[in-house]
Design a binder for this molecule. Sequence first.
Ligand SMILES: Cc1cc2nc3c(=O)[nH]c(=O)nc-3n(C[C@H](O)[C@H](O)[C@H](O)COP(=O)(O)O)c2cc1C
Length: 301
Amino acid sequence: MADTRVELCGITLDNPVIPASGTFGYGREFAELYDINCLGTFSFKGTTLEPRFGNETPRIAECPSGMLNSVGLQNPGVDAVISEELPELRKLFSKPVMANVSGFSADEYCEVTRRLAESDVSEMIGWYEINISCPNVHGGGMSFGTDPCMAGEVVRAVRKVTDKPLIIKLSPNVTDIAGIAKACEAEGADGVSLINTLMGMRFDLRTKKPILANVTGGLSGPAVLPVALRMVYQTACAVDIPVVGMGGVSSAEDVLEMMMAGAAAVEVGAANLRDPFASKKIIDALTAAMEKYGIDKLSEI
Ligand SMILES: Cc1cc2nc3c(=O)[nH]c(=O)nc-3n(C[C@H](O)[C@H](O)[C@H](O)COP(=O)(O)O)c2cc1C
């Protein structure tokens, strides 16, 4: 029997499949459809200090083999996540969850992580996934993830408030993603995850205006898989910490390919929006795909 278990920063996952942040909410809606305990884990919606309604609509534009989104980190804020979302999730999910943290300053990342770490639901959290694709309001709006110094500053700050594994989620909108990963590793990150969405835009030919109210948005889905594989490969070659791979994964074969590129575990994003059963279907297909390609143990890929 093929062995699908993998290890991520000292925690064993039954399989490497992790629904990606922003495409699985806080798990509740999906738990109505299937038992989400079949997942390796999942990364919950990017959580900020204050509640956010997100950007104006339209904020989704379909593309061939993918989608553009400018949802803008809509979430109920960290205090509601602690008092409402995680207690509900505890009834439905018995595995450690990945807490996705967003912020617009190093202090905000720190405060969100600190509140989660000091809360009475903190034992539910296995890993903190720190999304550094957010703009730095004190740095002229430039994304933390596009500059090794700013990325390192966030890791240094958050490292002080938790001993749990810190996985830094990197932006692909850079020339040298491996350099950013190395800066995070040097400041004490336990892992990196990539890729977040690629900046893009589309126009409506009738109105002659951008489709998204926000003008630009992030591209994800099958179209980005080759770019993601290249970036995961380059990063895995450059760092000694685990790499969580994502970007365009929509089948068990894509999971194997991502792991061949060097990923220790694999997140699945837009595919969950196209088909809410996508992550479960990928897990169900994993053993047969491993047998087809002569892989006994995923951890040895
Ligand atoms: C609608 C939507 C919302 C997202 N929200 C977040 C978020 O809150 N935090 C985050 O780190 N990434 C977020 N992402 C990025 C995904 O987690 C993932 O990195 C990206 O979509 C690439 O994977 P995919 O091609 O499988 O979708 C979002 C993506 C989508 C499509």
